[in-house]
Write a protein that binds this ligand. Structure first.
Ligand code: C2E
Ligand code: CA
Ligand code: CA
Length: 741
């Protein structure tokens, strides 16, 4: 069947058909032409009608009834396949079923039961919809059908009620006149409950329908008073309406009301009460017309429950959580506060991937159960936000402390291992806690802040909670946006390099320069390496970025050489920083060799700086690339020396030729008199380095006093603001020329 064909079927007002092929069921006009799917549809309609028939008040035979259902079955089938999906036809089907008198109390569950079990089976979608999609559609069709059914039933009942009330009023007004018999017939035969009470509430008479609602006539053998039906769940103001009525101030009211059933359950009714007056207008009786809507209410409650709870864990879902959160945020009392805990399980994906979704689902159920038990007061709520994320809410004046206590309880309860299939599973979680005063912040901001804070807890190692604070949030957001922009920054040529000279202490001549990368960010301006190198390392972008720096620096060194820069006509060296990722990268040696060749630079003109920390614990395999480079003649410097905890004797094993002494050691020498402890240490390191045949470069030289002292201590090279801040490559020409003059 083509969708164009199916689209014209059964649509109201379609005119392209010959006389005699259409008929009407309720509000729906249907088309009876032949169809290849008719066989299956007929079978579905047959099952459907057999199931519902006992619950109808129809005078039709089963076969006739089935003919009524066929077009409705077709509507459902078409709706199931509609593209785009539209469940509304099911609404009309629900109404049509009421019009076809399927109105006994258990009719609706029977109708839905058959749709649920057979619709997808007998009316398979003709497009490649997955089974899950078909099931989801079927569920929505059931909801639409139920909604249409309930609305139609309500409309019909209301209509009946009004008819009855009108009849009763007329009869009462013409009391004792001729047509009492007619009233009696209406009264007794009505499918709807009717009862009359005096103005003191004493029940005088009820019809069979009311008696049935209360489990039989016996209930009314004791004298009953309508005040027996006061119920704790009565809507506020109901008693006011009642007193107004019996005192003659109002003639009518209509409410939805719960009544206690003798068996302890509750009967819900659509109750309409009218005042009957005598012919002089004096209030005399009250007339109640009641329709049992208990089934409908149960269905509505079920639908509401399904819409607000998570199917897997039974916890409230996001929708319900937001309802509660919105209420907490909208509270207007000064003292009202809220606290939100946003929990994300650490490593849940690994459980799902390695043990399968079934185990993952059961773990989530077990986690949900424990988290639910952490809720200790009615002002707290825990919900599943989706996947392995849960959210908890605390509301009230002490919400801040409550939320923190809740976060602690949740972490503690998850610390106990879970046993599934005799397997112990350890669950960890990260929680972001946000709190504040009601009315100060919107829902979206609360959730975003909670999410960011949860990520902070994760980044700090997980299995903990963190409290939101605006500064950390801003940092995380900035970090996030920088990380996102990094990859395109390289393509867009947003990086550039500054060079900081390295000066020989013995004669003050420039020996070379360190290449220091910067990012000219289109929004934030120039960013230093400390702001983006860690991000580039964590995203792996450091490898292409580092390669670019190496290429650029080698090209620059060659340019200096071509320009004849370099003390005594010698070559200027360029120092390039290597990050640990690059160090471990398998093509480091080959790439470096290729870069040197492309630039036409000799290996001795390049110095690679590696930090001490990156080499601590490196075994011979890890050191091999550096050793190969050193063997080729590339200089290797140990950067930030003294900030790690390496055993000094370890230096012997490393393929390094220079120690770059960290700034912290020379800070105490900026001014005379120098810090004696610093002096001792530098002295020791220099002598050790020289014994091992290593040159010493000092970083962070900011004053002349410092430079002179370090020269006396035997340091070989220096770098620092005293000589020059990092700057453009052209600056080096000037410095070198100044040396020469
Ligand atoms: P680093 O290798 O220790 O670089 C020296 C840092 O000290 C530079 O900071 C430099 O501007 C700063 N500095 C130089 N002289 C002085 C001074 O007299 N006083 C003070 N207070 N500071 C001085 P910068 O440029 O911010 O670089 C920071 C770090 O970023 C570098 O530390 C280096 O580890 C890393 N880095 C820079 N460029 C690259 C690169 O291309 N690749 C990699 N992997 N890391 C890089
Ligand atoms: Ca460095
Ligand atoms: Ca350094």
């Amino acid at each position: 069947m083509t969708s164009a064909h199916s689209g014209t079927r059964g649509v109201r007002g379609t005119t392209t058909r010959s006389e005699g092929t259409t008929r009407r069921v309720g509000a729906i006009e249907v088309d009876d032409r032949d169809d290849p799917d008719d066989g299956r549809l007929q079978r579905f309609a047959a099952i459907w009608s057999r199931a519902i028939y006992p619950a109808t008040a129809t005078s039709l035979s089963l076969h006739e009834f089935e003919r009524i259902l066929e077009p409705l079955a077709r509507r459902m089938s078409e709706a199931l396949r509609s593209q785009p999906f539209d469940p509304r036809p099911a609404h009309e089907v629900g109404a049509a079923l009421v019009q076809a008198h399927c109105t006994e109390p258990d009719a609706l569950p029977l109708i839905l039961g058959v749709v649920d079990a057979y619709l997808v089976l007998y009316c398979p979608p003709d497009r490649p919809q997955g089974p899950e999609e078909s099931r989801a559609r079927c569920t929505r069709l059931q909801h639409a059908l139920a909604a249409g059914f309930v609305r139609e039933l309500r409309d019909r009942t209301r209509h009946e009620q009004e008819e009855l009330a009108r009849a009763a009023r007329t009869e009462a007004e013409q009391a004792l006149h001729a047509s009492e018999a007619k009233f009696q017939a209406v009264f007794e035969g009505a499918a709807i409950g009717v009862g009359i009470a005096d103005l003191d509430g004493r029940v005088l008479v009820v019809n069979d329908a009311v008696a049935r609602m209360f489990g039989g006539r016996e209930y009314f053998q004791h004298s009953r008073n309508v005040l027996d039906w006061v119920h704790p769940e009565d809507a506020p103001g109901v008693m006011d309406l009642y007193w107004e009525l019996v005192s003659g101030e109002r003639d009518h009211f209509r409410i939805v009301k719960p009544h206690p059933h003798p068996d302890g359950s509750v009967i819900w009714t659509n109750l309409s009460v009218s005042l009957l007056r005598d012919s002089s207008g004096k209030p005399q009786y009250q007339l109640a017309i009641m329709e049992d809507i208990t089934e409908q209410r149960l269905l509505e409650q079920r639908l509401h429950y399904e819409a607000t709870h998570d199917a897997l864990t039974g916890l409230p879902n996001r929708t319900l959580f937001f309802e509660h959160l919105d209420r907490a945020l909208a509270a207007d009392a000064e003292s009202e506060r809220f606290g939100v805990c946003y929990l994300d399980m650490d490593g849940f994906k690994a459980v799902n991937d390695s043990l399968g979704h079934a185990v993952g689902d059961r773990l989530l159920q077990a986690v949900a159960e424990r988290l639910q038990a952490c809720v200790t007061s009615p002002s707290e709520l825990i919900a599943r936000a989706g996947g392995d994320e849960f959210v908890a809410l605390a509301a009230g004046p002490t919400a801040q402390a409550d939320a923190i206590a809740l976060a602690r309880r949740m972490l503690a309860t998850l610390a106990e291992p879970f046993t599934l299939d005799e397997r112990e599973l350890l669950v960890r979680a990260s929680i972001g806690v946000v709190d504040g005063r009601a009315g100060e912040i919107g829902r979206a901001e609360v959730m975003r802040s909670a999410d960011i804070t949860m990520y902070r807890a994760k980044a700090a190692g997980g299995n903990r909670f963190e409290l939101a604070d605006p500064d950390s949030n801003a940092r995380v957001i900035a970090r996030h946006s920088l990380t996102n922009r990094l990859p395109s920054a390289l393509e867009n040529h947003e990086f550039f390099i500054e060079y900081q000279p390295l000066v020989r202490l013995s004669d003050g001549t420039v020996r070379g320069a360190e290449a220091l990368v910067r990012w000219l960010h289109p929004v934030h301006g120039v960013l230093g390496p400390d702001q983006f190198i860690p991000l580039a390392e964590s995203t792996g972008l450091i490898v292409p970025l580092g390669h670019w720096v190496l290429e650029e620096a080698a090209r620059q060194a060659r340019a200096w050489s071509d320009a004849g820069c370099g003390a005594d006509g010698g070559q200027l060296r360029v120092n390039v920083n290597l990050s640990p990722c690059q160090l471990r990268h398998p093509t480091l040696v080959a790439d470096t060799v290729a870069v040197l060749e492309d630039a036409g630079l000799c290996p001795a003109a390049l110095c690679l700086e590696v930090t001490e920390n990156d080499l601590i614990g490196a075994d011979e395999d890890a050191l091999r690339p550096l050793r190969e480079l050193a063997d080729l003649g590339v200089d290797i410097a140990l950067d930030d020396f003294g900030t790690g905890y390496s055993n000094l004797s370890y230096l012997r094993r490393l393929p390094v030729s220079t120690l770059k002494l960290d700034r912290s050691f020379t800070r105490g020498m900026q001014h005379a008199p120098a810090d004696p402890v610093d002096v001792k240490i530098v002295e020791g390191i220099v002598s050790l380095a020289h014994t091992l045949d290593l040159a010493v470069t000092v970083e962070g030289v900011e004053t002349g006093v410092q430079a002179e002292h370090l020269r006396l201590l035997g340091c070989d090279t220096a770098q620092g603001w005293y000589y020059a801040r990092p700057g453009p490559p052209e600056r080096l020409h000037t410095l070198v020329l100044a040396d020469a003059s």
